[in-house]
Design a protein around this ligand. Structure first.
Ligand SMILES: [Zn+2]
Length: 273
């Protein structure tokens, strides 16, 4: 609830639908590959002979039980992340504080989304308001999720976010769901998208999922993230979704940039994806 921008209609250009997000399969594999190099517990024990120890031809030490084969690394769950350039972000202003990431917090924009095709335009409006009227270096949050579960790259998570309320966002990874959830319902796709963003933060930065809170838990002067979204925090539903993803292995976000990203956002704005 850090924005008060108002909506304007997106331009529904008629654009051919393209399926652009099939590139995810390989990008996360390198991140998981290091796991395969870990030795199983007990590996390397009892494999050398101490030359000073008494020996006996009749009392050979018992061979250690065979070590179990190490479990193969779990394949990463991958999901596209639409680049800043794809949704038409302005560059960040210089400055900002390094963010010692240790917590995760969910927000809404408190601006009614209406049709999901409005989502990219909303982001541009939020950023203009945050950089202009608020005087912040960038849009306040780190990742945005629209109603269909599309993820958008916002502020660098390694830079502390901003807020117009009374808490200090230092250390927080900030996910914002587009919409006003005192007036609109949150969809399964948007909840799953938020869970993916948080699971990525847990994978990438080691943030514990039991630190998840809603903005209103941090600051008494906001209703953010809105009743209909906050209920998924208090019920534990959102944390369960994050933990379920992480139980399947690491979560990687695959950046979709350049013409592919631009086309994907154009399709979202045209209402065809
Ligand atoms: Zn908030």
């Amino acid at each position: 609830m850090d924005s008060s921008s108002t909506g304007r209609p997106a331009t529904p250009d008629a654009l051919t639908r393209r399926r652009l997000l099939r590139i995810a399969g390989t990008a996360g594999l390198a991140a998981a590959a290091g796991v395969a190099c870990q030795a199983p517990a007990g590996y390397g024990k009892n494999t050398t002979t101490n030359p000073t120890a008494p020996t006996s031809a009749t009392a050979a030490p018992a061979a250690p039980p065979p070590s179990p084969a190490p479990a193969p690394p779990l394949p990463p769950t991958t999901h596209p992340l639409l680049c800043r350039d794809a949704w038409g972000a302005n560059p960040p202003q210089p400055g900002g504080k390094p963010n010692p990431l240790s917590r995760m917090t969910i927000h809404h924009t408190a601006v009614t989304l209406g049709d999901n095709s409005n989502a990219p335009a909303r982001l541009r409006q939020h950023q203009q308001y945050h950089q202009g009227s608020q005087g912040w270096i960038d849009i306040a949050y780190h990742v945005s999720v629209d109603r269909d579960g599309n993820l958008y790259e916002l502020r660098d998570p390694n830079i502390v976010g901003d807020t117009a309320t009374s808490y200090d966002p230092t250390g927080h990874f900030l996910v914002v769901c587009e919409g006003n959830f005192d007036e609109e319902e949150v969809t399964e796709a948007q909840l799953d998208g938020a869970a993916l963003a948080f699971a990525w933060a847990a994978t990438r930065f080691g943030i514990p999922t039991d630190t998840l809170t809603g903005h209103r838990d941090q600051s008494g002067d906001t209703a953010c993230p809105g009743t209909n979204l906050y209920s998924h925090v208090t019920s534990g539903d959102l944390k369960r979704r994050i933990d379920a993803l992480l139980a399947q292995g690491p979560v990687e976000l695959v950046s979709v940039c350049g013409p592919e990203g631009t086309q994907t956002v154009a399709d979202i704005e045209a209402g065809i994806r």
